[in-house]
Design a protein around this ligand. Structure first.
Ligand SMILES: [Zn+2]
Length: 266
């Protein structure tokens, strides 16, 4: 057992006994870990906002190797993001981001880039214009998949490496654009407009906090197309993607035939 200091983002908490909490934290140094916070539910809590979901905090932990639960010694909040999200739409996107990490990430494997991506997304969700939040959430989904080893191929055929079809056919099963020959053997390809392909490439490659600048999801047709592709792709590669809240917040975008601007989901 070692006493270690780490930085993490609180994903969720569960009650433990009468006064304690189990806190699930995505840390930069140790990946996803579960902490026992003794007496955390006594008020006033000695931990303040540090154990609130969405908070980025510094923890001092008795880390036990080969154990599922670790004992929390101290916690200090660095960014109390949850307390700053007064808006229901921001809260929904923030919780969707937490859920995505909780569901897709396994075990105590640290991944600093993934941690930074989540932290940047939460900062974006707290500050970006409301209308750009769906773009942020889509960018997060695509970039999390990439960091976990599933980057959609958009520069050549994902099946054979030849030039992709000028019809811009996306195959979730092949993991990207395909050529006409590969498309012939692959049912269920999605045809993308040039705009949607451009938007997809930007969401994948640019900083997540700037996603709203690159793709205005007020352009509803393009947003709907991108959403279909991202959803099909993630469903194909992550079984645990089924039934995620992050899908629900995006589904409240209007369909391709809507004429009004995309409202923010509440
Ligand atoms: Zn091919």
């Amino acid at each position: 057992m070692a006493l270690v200091q780490c930085e993490g983002i609180v994903l969720k908490t569960h009650a433990l006994g009468d006064t304690s909490l189990i806190v699930v934290v995505y840390t930069r140094e140790h990946g996803l870990i579960k902490l026992v916070a003794k007496a955390a539910r006594k008020s006033p809590s000695r931990f303040g906002y540090a154990l609130e979901p969405l908070s980025r905090s510094r923890f001092i932990v008795y880390l036990k190797t080969d154990r599922d639960l670790h004992l929390l010694s101290q916690a200090e909040v660095l960014e109390p993001t949850g307390s700053r999200l007064a808006d229901l739409a921001r809260l929904a996107h923030g919780q969707a981001a937490l859920e995505l990490i909780d569901r897709l990430v396994w075990g105590e494997e640290p991944h600093a880039e993934l941690f930074d991506l989540l932290a940047a997304t939460l900062r974006g969700i707290a500050a970006a214009p409301l209308a750009t939040l769906p773009a942020l959430t889509l960018a997060l989904q695509l970039q999390v998949a990439s960091l976990l080893g599933y980057r959609p191929r958009l520069d050549a055929c994902a099946g054979c490496g030849a030039a992709f079809s000028p019809r811009r056919l996306f195959s979730a099963a092949r993991g990207g654009l395909v050529c006409d020959r590969c498309a012939a053997t692959e049912p269920g390809t999605i045809t993308l407009s040039a705009d949607a392909l451009g938007g997809l490439a930007l969401l994948l490659s640019r900083p997540v906090g700037e996603a709203g600048q690159w793709i205005a999801l007020g352009e509803v047709r393009r947003a709907g197309e991108i959403l279909r592709v991202v959803e099909a792709f993630l469903r194909q590669h992550f079984q645990r993607f089924q039934g995620l809240r992050s899908l629900e917040v995006l589904r409240s975008l209007p369909g391709p035939d809507a004429t009004k601007d995309a409202p923010c989901p509440a």
